[in-house]
Design a protein around this ligand. Structure first.
Ligand code: ADP
Ligand code: MG
Length: 240
């Protein structure tokens, strides 16, 4: 589904990704773990061209997205993203947040987008908030809306960048539960997270980044019990 070959990304003199290669299969759930500043967000953002890679290639569903001819809008339609700080449209209701892109970008009718939107809000447990504005929601509710909004575009892949890091502790579970139910639908997911219990439970594979390099690429059972590298060991000792 996603093939990443020798991906490099620099900001000026700062080389943030130093040659990352991996393949993510259809329906795979991959957790990306690593210290702050290791390049996790940049790695994720390259996968939907929120950042343009400096060199290397990313191929998604047989299309090389790093090719200059690629239509970025199409790529973003197919690769949904959920951010740490929700990024909802504050001047739109919850339901309008869900129908905006499908109607304007995909040309779906208002009625169809609304009915699909309500279906998704029901799935994330927020149907009764359809006509509220985001400012009236808790952090956990906002993040569930953000997930539903991304799903409204019917992407093949979902990227999550620390989706629970900005939440009060009591709201983390409701968001992780929604993500977990999404894994059960066979969605291909790449999740940057510090929730090690969650990663261990739902991920098929863990990618450990450090200093812009992919230091480990292993199944969670292996990564969490017997990390191969000293850097992963040190990292896990600090946080577990
Ligand atoms: P992580 O998500 O693992 O904490 P990031 O990918 O956010 O790491 O950042 C890695 C490095 O890239 C940091 O040194 C950060 O300052 C730098 N960086 C990220 N985005 C930008 C940007 N848009 N412009 C300049 N530097 C950036
Ligand atoms: Mg980050």
């Amino acid at each position: 589904m996603i093939k990443i070959e020798n991906l490099h990304k620099s900001f000026g003199q700062n080389e943030v990704l130093k040659g990352i290669s991996t393949v993510i299969k259809e329906k795979e759930v991959v957790a990306v773990i690593g210290p702050s500043g290791s390049g996790k967000s940049t790695f994720l953002r390259c996968m939907n061209l929120l950042e343009q890679p400096t060199s290397g290639a990313i191929t998604i569903a047989d299309q090389e997205i790093t090719n200059a001819k690629t239509n970025i809008i199409n790529v973003r339609q197919n690769v949904g993203m959920v951010f740490q700080h929700f990024h909802l449209f504050p001047h739109m209701t919850v339901l309008e947040n869900l129908t905006y892109a499908p109607t304007t970008v995909k040309g779906i009718s208002k009625e169809e987008a609304k009915s699909k939107g309500m279906e998704l809000l029901t799935k994330v447990g927020l149907a009764e908030k359809a006509n509220e504005y985001p400012s009236r929601l808790s952090g956990g509710q906002k993040q569930r809306v953000a997930i539903a909004r991304a799903l409204a575009m019917e992407p093949e892949i979902m990227l999550f960048d620390e989706p629970t890091s900005a939440l009060d502790p009591e709201m983390v579970k409701e968001v992780l539960d929604v993500m977990k139910s999404l894994t059960e639908t066979g969605m291909t997911m790449v999740i940057v997270t510090h929730e090690m219990g969650f990663a261990r439970e739902v991920a098929d594979r863990v990618l450990f980044l450090d200093g812009g390099r992919l230091v480990e690429d292993s199944p969670p059972a292996e990564f969490f019990t017997a990390p191969k590298s000293k850097r992963a060991k040190d990292f896990l000792e600090k946080i577990l």
